[in-house]
Write a protein that binds this ligand. Structure first.
Ligand SMILES: [Zn+2]
Length: 95
């Protein structure tokens, strides 16, 4: 029986604890940073929305944006893209 080989050395214990702590820190870091990088919740990368036709474009959280039917909803990642498509900025949410 070589029982002494089954017991981890004090140094090895600390490495295991350190790795566990590091893992928790990394998981927590990813959980905190991931939602922040997606911008507005729900619409992913979309920053501006407009109703198809010659109407103002809005920020996703604007009341007018919420009322646009999904079938007519046009999405833009940038303000420039919306302006180039012929849309005007909403006077209420000021995108
Ligand atoms: Zn608006």
């Amino acid at each position: 029986m070589e029982e002494h080989q089954l017991k981890p050395l004090p140094g090895q214990k600390w490495i295991i604890v350190a790795m566990a702590v590091m893992f928790c820190v990394i998981v927590t870091f990813l959980a905190i940073t991931r939602p922040a990088s997606t911008g507005f919740g729900g619409d992913g990368q979309v920053s501006y929305v407009a109703e198809t036709g010659s109407r103002p474009f809005h920020k996703p959280h604007c009341d007018f944006a919420q009322n646009i039917p999904a079938a007519l909803r046009e999405k833009f990642q940038t303000r420039d893209a919306a302006v180039r498509s012929g849309y005007r900025a909403c006077h209420i949410c000021r995108p």
